[in-house]
Design a binder for this molecule. Structure first.
Ligand code: G6P
Length: 633
């Protein structure tokens, strides 16, 4: 959460900072601010609310600065008011700092610094950082291993050793007008290398328009950027040899390309995403005569062989994808699987089970709870001293360049391309694809599936891109019209069973996130044990009823809701007379193998929540109080 950017070079810094912040606004949008240095002046501008408020304040201001930092905030400590907006400064306003993360020991540092005469002007944890650096600049102590030219770096490095928590920082000082200092400790930070210029940001899209050469800092690293070069050190002051890598993202990915919102664009990208996943992970030459797996995940045997259990750790939409994963791993591969919220697992892990594959699912690869839970599990297993419990760790992520890939040794890249809308859509579908591939590969390895059935499922997977296109073409107009009926609706219920129960949860989450309508996802068979009491003519029920083991059961559950006057909307197979008779409104999808149905059934639900929110005039891509990547606990 929170986005930080920085620039040092020959171009006008402030427009680069604002353009960078625009691409990082998905990380938080409670307030924004920039600080620049030129002609002996540190100029700081901050505004409450979204970035456009800051832009209004900056309009018409001529700022020749070639050095600056910027921030877009998701409030943790201190209300989203202007005085809490970053950048924060020291008492003399000579040092400016932006931070993403939480400084856990800020209270004691604040008291210590106040006692030394530092004046605090915000309620944030971040403000201790500029004061601490100012203190060390004035009273240098400790093991200075750097030269006189690096005094700012040395003071900042020293300050870092005092901070507890997870953070990424960028800072500048009026007394060092040719230096930009950046730090990473458990929160992402990348450095972009240009010609005589450097960029830094919480995420690569902010620097993509300027350079493809990027260095991702590791935890515990601090870098000094000057127009002449980049130096990277560890927190003990030792210089490290680091080189940039070339990005393969493309700037076009951060444009809406004619769509009104990124979310709608990303919903429409789903057929292409599934196609890319199939091209990457499916062996097109495979048939039942082949003597190898049809799946090309390139994971080592030691990770997947002789498994007795799988445990999956995730948050939010990734947790929903993991529930579909559990269904597949149990029903297709025959492996008992548990799915845990990473935030819960951290403080109450189950006793260790032997021969267990631990999977972390996070589209961003940066969710603090998921990373911490995985780290804890990896250490717990390594320390157990029992080979049966040794860690087997796998990450499923859309960001192969993220912190997750540095934490766990094996990654499945979901290949969905950059997702900007805060509500996850195409990355969810791509996570489901990863679980199809993993469960089929395991089923093949364990001989838990016949080759004929495997071939049937693979053929079904191949049809999905065209079927997704059909769903999008046939439904968008209708769903848009249907959304008019819900302008006053305050509650929704989504029901599903079996492999589509997680899709009911995901449908409800999408609606909550972007339309602020109360919605509950429920296993259809459990309705009668409580939620049915909520039903009347004002509460629509969306039921996912696809052909397979629970089709008739879901239809019966839908009838029970109808008998309580609820308006019934069905995500149902195309051309199905039973469904036509049961539901008041139909969202038909092609009649596919039940196992593959979630890829299709989620799409009408994404469209429904999108159109309801868009019709209400809400900020679909940046819903209130949320952030796409939650890098605080
Ligand atoms: C945030 C986002 C959700 C997302 C969750 C987990 O809450 O708003 O859309 O599902 O984080 O994110 P991850 O990157 O770990 O999948």
């Amino acid at each position: 959460m929170c986005g930080i950017v920085g620039y040092i070079g020959t171009q006008a810094a402030s427009s680069i900072l604002i353009e960078g912040l625009k691409t990082l606004e998905y990380r938080g949008y409670d307030s924004a601010g920039v600080a620049t240095i030129s002609e002996g002046q540190l100029q700081r501008t901050r505004a409450k609310g979204k970035l456009k408020n800051l832009q209004v304040k900056l309009e018409g201001l001529e700022d020749p600065a070639r050095l600056g930092i910027g921030h877009t905030r998701w409030a943790t400590h201190g209300k989203p008011e202007e005085h809490n907006a970053h950048p924060h400064t020291d008492t003399k306003e000579r040092i400016a700092v932006v931070q993403n993360g939480i400084i856990e020991n800020y209270r004691e540092l604040r008291e210590e610094l106040k006692a030394k005469g530092h004046e605090f002007r915000s309620d944030t944890d971040t403000e201790v950082i500029p004061h601490l650096i100012a203190e060390y600049l004035e009273n240098p102590t400790g093991d200075a291993v750097l030269t006189e030219q690096s005094r700012l770096l040395e003071a900042a490095r020293h300050a870092m050793t005092r901070l507890e928590g997870a953070f990424a920082i960028a800072l500048i000082s009026l007394d060092f007008p040719d230096e930009l200092i950046v730090v990473r400790q458990q929160a992402p930070l990348v450095i972009g290398f240009g010609q005589g210029e450097f960029f830094c940001a919480s995420d690569t899209p902010a620097i993509m328009p300027y350079t493809q050469a990027v260095l991702t800092l590791e935890n515990g690293e601090i870098a000094r950027l000057t127009p002449l070069g980049a130096e990277v050190y560890d927190f003990t002051g030792h210089r490290l040899k680091k080189y940039p890598q070339t990005l393969n993202w493309n700037p076009i990915m951060v444009e809406k390309q004619g769509f009104k919102h990124f979310m709608l664009k990303e919903i429409y990208e789903q057929p292409g995403v599934v196609r890319t996943c199939l091209e990457t992970y499916l062996d097109t030459a495979w048939d039942t005569q082949s003597s190898h797996s049809p799946i090309k995940l390139n994971l080592p045997d030691a990770l997947l062989d002789d498994l007795q259990h799988v445990q999956i750790l995730a948050c939010g939409t990734s947790w929903h994808a993991s529930l579909v994963g559990k269904y597949l791993l149990e029903q297709v591969s025959g492996i008992p699987t548990v799915v845990q919220y990473a935030s819960e697992f951290r403080y109450a892990p189950a006793p260790l089970m032997p021969h267990t594959l631990t999977i972390g699912v996070t589209q961003s690869g940066e969710t603090a709870d998921t990373l911490a839970a995985l780290d804890m599990e990896q250490q717990r297993r390594s320390k157990s001293g029992n080979a049966d419990y040794s860690p087997r760790m796998l990450g499923i992520t859309n960001r192969a360049d993220s912190s997750l890939s540095r934490l766990v040794p094996h990654i499945v890249d979901t290949k969905a391309g950059l997702e900007i809308g805060v509500a996850a859509t195409k990355t969810f579908v791509a996570q489901l694809m990863a679980f199809y591939f993993l469960s089929l590969d395991l089923a093949y390895r364990r001989q838990a599936i016949s080759l004929e059935r495997l071939a049937e499922i693979i053929e079904g997977l191949r049809q999905l891109p065209a079927q997704l296109e059909l769903v999008l073409e046939s439904q968008e107009r209708y769903v848009e019209e249907l959304s008019h009926d819900f302008s006053e609706t305050r509650d929704f219920i989504f029901i599903g069973r079996g492999i589509n129960y997680p899709i009911a949860l995901e449908g409800a989450l999408k609606l909550k996130e972007i339309s602020y309508i109360h919605a509950e996802g429920y296993p259809a068979g459990e309705m009668k044990h409580g939620p049915i009491a909520l039903l009347d003519e004002k509460v629509p029920v969306v039921a996912i009823a696809t052909k397979g083991t629970v089709y008739e059961k879901v239809l019966s559950n839908a009838q029970e809701a109808k008998a309580r006057d609820a308006r019934l909307i069905g995500v149902v197979p195309m051309n199905d007379p039973d469904a036509e008779e049961t539901f008041d409104a139909l969202l038909p999808v092609p009649n596919v193998d039940e196992l593959l149905s979630p890829i299709l059934t989620v799409v009408p639900l994404q469209l429904l929540s999108y159109h309801i929110a868009a019709r209400r005039g809400l900020d679909v891509d940046q819903p209130r109080n949320l952030a796409k990547s939650v890098t605080v606990e």
